[in-house]
Write a protein that binds this ligand. Structure first.
Ligand code: NAD
Ligand code: UDP
Length: 312
């Protein structure tokens, strides 16, 4: 049994990760400031004898004794990370410094939840880990993209300078139960709109692409990455390489939910990446991992979750 700290543990991915780690027999400390996460996501874990929930903002130092740290704290939806961009950068950068400092003090292994956003609006397709990205440093997405890039820099400098045991994964668009209904990301937006019989809001002409990974697949890859030998620092892309246009996604959601929602078109936000697809060769080879759940199946599970949530 390891003592595992999950920052951002009450969020969408964090809550699934806490659940998985408890199932694997670990002692889990979930730290969150509840900016975008919620106690509801971990309510079912509160009575577990090896689960502990702590309200804390990672931009402040944290003194705990743990063996492993999964650093997930950071709002991930453009709507939320642009709400207070200065705090977003602080969360990524000060949060990384604080968690790396903690890892150094207690000699813990630490994994960073990085993102495909480090590639920005990519010029190569699909994106491999060796690609350095095309990121606007002063745009409305920069607080998130550059914050995450700087966090990666800090991870590798702590590794080189202090021999810290690090792991970095670059997560591509992931969806599933426990996303916030007002999260603002595309899958939850479309499902909630369809279930409410509202219009489906396509930004731009809907021809931009994303590759959607179901949460269970993602968590499996993260846990495998954490347990690889120390030589594998990453970065490793994790995501589902099957690529869809946003219009195709909208059509799938409407077909599965039924109802009479129409597709409507709204302006494309600034710096919205045109296309995104992970090259997961490295994850296949080193983690012996690839996604098992296709978009139709994952959407069905996610729609069932939101249907129950909205009815409740
Ligand atoms: P989320 O918004 O549901 O979860 C983020 C969690 O971090 C929330 O519980 C939030 O309250 C918490 N948090 C935010 N700022 C904090 C702070 N200063 N101190 C403590 N807690 C704080 O998003 P998610 O989708 O679960 O994303 C989790 C991580 O994975 C993020 O770091 C995100 O950048 C990364 N990621 C996610 C995706 C995805 O598609 N879901 C893609 C790429 C990267
Ligand atoms: N998007 C959309 N309608 C929505 C929300 C998002 O068309 O209601 C588009 C958005 O412009 C982007 C894609 O869907 O092209 C994915 O957006 P999301 O915010 O989920 O993630 P990210 O842009 O960070 O990949």
């Amino acid at each position: 049994m390891s003592r595992v700290l999950v920052t951002g543990g009450a969020g969408f991915l964090g809550s699934h990760l806490c659940e998985r780690l408890l199932r694997d027999g670990h002692d889990v400390l979930c730290v969150d400031n509840f900016f975008t996460g919620s106690k509801r996501n971990v309510a079912h874990l509160l009575n577990h004898p090896y689960f502990e929930l702590m309200r804390h903002d990672v931009t402040f130092p944290l003194y705990v004794e743990v063996d492993r740290i999964y650093n997930l704290a950071c709002p991930a939806s453009p709507v939320h990370y642009q709400h207070d961009p200065v705090q977003t950068t602080k969360t990524s950068v000060h949060g990384a410094i604080n968690m790396l400092g903690l890892a150094k003090r207690v000699k813990a292994r630490i994994l960073q939840a990085s993102t495909s956003e480090v590639y920005g609006d990519p010029e190569i397709h699909p994106q491999t880990e060796g690609y350095w990205g095309k990121v606007n440093p002063i745009g409305i997405r920069s607080c998130y993209d550059e914050g995450k890039r700087c966090a990666e820099t800090l991870f590798f400098d702590y590794h080189r300078q202090h021999q810290l045991d690090i792991k970095v994964v670059r997560i591509f668009n992931t969806y599933g139960p426990h996303m916030h209904p007002n999260d603002g990301r595309v899958v939850s937006n479309f499902i909630v709109q369809a279930l409410r019989g509202e219009d489906i809001t396509l930004y731009g002409d809907g021809s931009q692409t994303r590759s959607f990974c179901y949460v269970d697949d993602l968590i499996e890859a993260m846990v495998r990455m954490m347990e690889t030998d120390a030589a594998l620092t990453g970065p490793v892309n994790i995501g589902n390489p099957r690529e869809f246009t946003i219009r195709e996604l909208a059509e799938k959601v409407v077909a599965q939910v039924g109802g009479r929602s129409r597709l409507i078109y709204q302006p494309l936000p600034a710096d919205d990446p045109r296309q995104r697809q992970p090259d997961i060769t490295l994850a296949r080879e080193r983690l012996k991992w690839e996604p098992q759940i296709d978009l139709d199946d994952g959407l069905q599970r996610t729609i069932a979750y939101f249907r129950q949530l909205l009815e409740g």
